[in-house]
Design a protein around this ligand. Structure first.
Ligand code: NAP
Ligand code: MG
Length: 511
C-alpha cells in the first residue's frame, strides 16, 4: 500500500499485484503546475525495479491464465474494471486536473468520460471470436486452414504528460483486451491519474497478479530497460518524435513489435466558403485546447487571401477574450503549461518567430494576476506573415502559439499543408462537404476533421503518417496492434505424410 507523509502521500511501484517501495528508496515530488504545490511523492524506479516488473509480466503471461482466458470472460472482467473506475471518476479527474494542469472542464467533461468510453469499447472488443477460417482456394479442399488471433506477450508502454489518463487507457485497454500483460511507465510530470486508476483496479482484485504493472521513474532509466529487455515482446510509445527515434533503435536489438504515436504540426485549412463563425472558433479550439499541448493541435492555420483580413480580425478578437487562469476554476479556458522548462521553450519560440520575420498580432505574456505567480502561465500568441518554411511553422512548439499562413489558391494551400515531416492530423473548414472531402483525401495525415477538430472516436483509428508515428490506436485497428496472427494448417487426409521428399519434391523416375 501507499503510505503518506504529512500532506504529501507517497506512491509506490505496482509490481506483481502489490505496491512496493523502489529498491533504492528514491522518491520525487509531482507538482500542480497552476500553483507549484507538491501533490505527492512518486517512487523512482531504477533498472532493477523495472526488471522485477518485466519478470512479473512475463510470468503472468507464460504461466498465468490471463492470455488463454475465454474472450467472453475477459470482456466481462474488463467491463467490471470500467464500472469500478467510473464509480470513482471524479477522483481521477481531480488528480488529472491538478497533476497535469488541464482545466476543470477538460478533465471532468472530456478526458475522463471519453477515456471511460474508450476503455469500454475495448472491453467490448475483447469478446471477439479468436478463430477465423481461411477461405478454401482449391476444390475439393486438400487441407483445412484457419487463423488464430493470439496476444503478443509482454507489452512495454511509455506515455506522455499531456493526456495522462487517456493515453494510459489507449495503452492498457487494448493490450489487456487482447490477452497481453503490461508494464506501463507514465510521464514523470503526470503519474497521478494512472496511479489512481491502478489503485481502483487493485482494489477490485479482479486482475491476476503481474498482468498490469506500473513503473514510475525517469524515462531515460526505465525506458531503455523496457525497450531492450528480451522478455518484452512489444513496445507502445506515445511521446516526442525525438524519443520515438531512440525507442525504435533500442527495440531493434530484439526485433520487438513497435507502435509509435509521435509529434505533429497539423495544418488547419479554411476554404473561401467556410462558415466564419464556426471556423474562427474552431480554429481557436484546434490550436489552444490544452494550451496547444496536444500532438494533433492545428497550429498551422491556412487562410485564403480573399477572406484573410476579416478572418484575422475576428480570430484575434476572439483569442484575446480567452481566459487564462487556475486550472481548478470552471471559467478557465487556458490553464498553465506543464513546467517552467516548457514555459521557457514557448517564450524562446516566440522570440524566434519575431526574429524570423513573423508578426505577433497577439503577443503571449506571463499574466500579472497575483494568483498566477507560482504557476507556469502564458497568454496566447498569434503570428501572421508566417512562411511555411520558418522554424515556428515546422517545429512542434507545444504551447499556445498559432501560425497563420495566407494562401492564394487551394493547390498552394494543399502543397504547404503537406510540406512538413509530420502527418498526424488536419482540419478543413467549408460549407461544401464534397470539396472538403476532396481536400481531406489529399492531406497526408492519419485523421482529417471537416468543420470540427480534436474529436476522437472510440471506433475510428488514430495515428500518424510520416514521422508522426507507426501503427494506429483505437477501434479494431488499435486492437490488432496487440495481436499476433497464427496460421494453422491441417491436411484432410494423410496421403502425403512420410513421402514428401521422394514423391512430391523429387518424384522417383520409373526404375
Ligand atoms: P517525451 O519527452 O518524448 O516523453 C514521453 C515519455 O517517454 C515519457 O514517459 C518520458 O519519461 C519517456 N522517455 C523520455 N526519454 C526516454 C528514453 N530515452 N527512452 C524511453 N522513454 C523515454 O514527450 P513528452 O514531452 O512527455 O510529450 C510530448 C510529446 O508527445 C509531443 O511531441 C507530442 O506531440 C507527443 N504526443 C503524441 C501523441 C500522439 O498520439 N501522437 C499524443 C500525446 C503526445 P519522463 O517523463 O520520465 O521523461
Ligand atoms: Mg504534476
Amino acid at each position: 500500500m501507499n503510505r503518506s507523509n504529512g500532506d504529501a502521500p507517497y506512491y509506490n511501484l505496482y509490481i506483481n499485484g502489490q505496491w512496493r517501495a523502489p529498491i533504492a528508496e528514491q522518491y520525487r515530488p509531482t507538482i500542480d503546475p497552476s500553483t507549484g504545490e507538491t501533490l505527492g511523492m512518486i517512487a523512482q524506479a531504477d533498472i532493477e525495479d523495472t526488471r522485477l516488473a518485466i519478470r512479473a509480466a512475463r510470468e503472468a503471461f507464460d504461466d498465468g491464465y490471463w492470455p488463454s482466458m475465454a474472450p467472453g470472460e475477459r470482456s466481462r472482467l474488463l467491463h467490471a474494471l470500467v464500472d469500478a473506475i467510473e464509480a470513482r471518476q471524479d477522483e481521477i479527474a481531480d488528480a488529472e486536473m491538478r497533476d497535469g494542469g488541464c482545466t476543470w472542464r477538460k478533465a471532468h467533461l472530456l478526458d475522463i468520460p471519453v477515456g471511460l468510453i474508450h476503455f469500454r469499447h475495448f472491453a467490448k472488443l475483447a469478446d471477439m471470436e479468436p478463430l477465423e477460417p481461411v477461405p478454401q482456394i482449391t476444390f475439393p479442399a486438400l487441407s483445412y486452414n484457419f487463423v488464430l488471433r493470439e496476444p503478443i506477450g509482454v507489452c512495454g508502454q511509455i506515455i506522455p504528460w499531456n493526456f495522462p489518463f487517456l493515453m494510459a487507457v489507449w495503452k492498457i485497454a487494448p493490450a489487456l483486451a487482447a490477452g497481453n500483460t503490461v508494464v506501463i511507465k507514465p510521464a514523470t510530470f503526470t503519474p497521478l491519474s494512472l496511479l489512481k486508476m491502478t489503485e481502483i483496479i487493485h482494489e477490485t482484485g479482479l486482475l491476476p497478479p503481474g498482468v498490469l504493472n506500473v513503473v514510475t521513474g525517469p524515462g531515460q532509466v526505465v525506458g531503455p530497460e523496457i525497450c531492450t529487455n528480451p522478455m518484452v515482446d512489444k513496445i507502445a510509445f506515445t511521446g516526442s518524435t525525438e524519443v520515438g527515434r531512440e525507442i525504435m533503435q533500442q527495440a531493434a536489438s530484439t526485433i520487438k513489435k513497435v507502435t509509435l504515436e509521435l509529434g505533429g504540426k497539423s495544418p488547419n485549412i479554411i476554404l473561401e466558403d467556410a462558415d466564419l463563425d464556426l471556423a474562427v472558433d474552431g480554429s481557436l479550439w484546434a490550436t489552444f485546447m490544452h494550451n496547444g499541448q496536444a500532438c494533433e493541435s492545428g497550429t498551422r492555420l491556412f487562410v485564403p487571401a480573399s477572406i484573410y483580413d476579416e478572418f484575422l480580425e475576428r480570430l484575434v478578437d476572439r483569442a484575446s477574450k480567452l481566459r487564462v487562469g487556475l486550472s481548478s476554476s470552471g471559467d478557465t479556458d487556458l490553464g498553465p503549461v506543464i513546467s517552467a522548462g516548457q514555459l521557457r521553450t514557448i517564450e524562446e519560440y516566440i522570440r524566434l518567430g519575431i526574429e524570423e520575420g513573423a508578426t505577433p498580432v497577439l503577443l503571449g505574456k506571463r499574466p500579472e494576476d497575483p494568483e498566477l505567480q507560482n504557476g507556469f502561465f502564458i497568454t496566447p500568441t498569434i503570428f501572421t506573415d508566417v512562411d511555411n518554411s520558418m522554424r515556428i511553422a515546422q517545429e512542434e512548439i507545444f504551447g499556445p502559439v498559432l501560425c497563420v499562413i495566407k494562401y492564394d489558391g487551394l493547390e498552394d494551400a494543399i502543397r504547404m499543408a503537406n510540406d512538413t515531416i509530420y502527418g498526424l492530423a488536419a482540419g478543413v473548414w467549408s460549407r461544401d462537404i464534397e470539396t472538403a472531402v476532396s481536400v481531406a483525401k489529399r492531406i497526408r495525415a492519419g485523421t482529417v476533421w471537416i468543420n470540427d477538430y480534436h474529436m476522437i472516436n472510440a471506433e475510428a483509428p488514430f495515428g500518424g503518417y510520416k514521422q508522426s508515428g507507426i501503427g494506429r490506436e483505437l477501434g479494431t485497428w488499435g486492437l490488432k496492434e496487440y495481436l499476433e496472427i497464427k496460421h494453422i494448417h491441417v491436411p484432410l487426409n494423410n496421403e502425403r505424410s512420410g513421402k514428401f521428399w521422394f514423391d512430391i519434391v523429387a518424384p522417383r523416375t520409373s526404375e
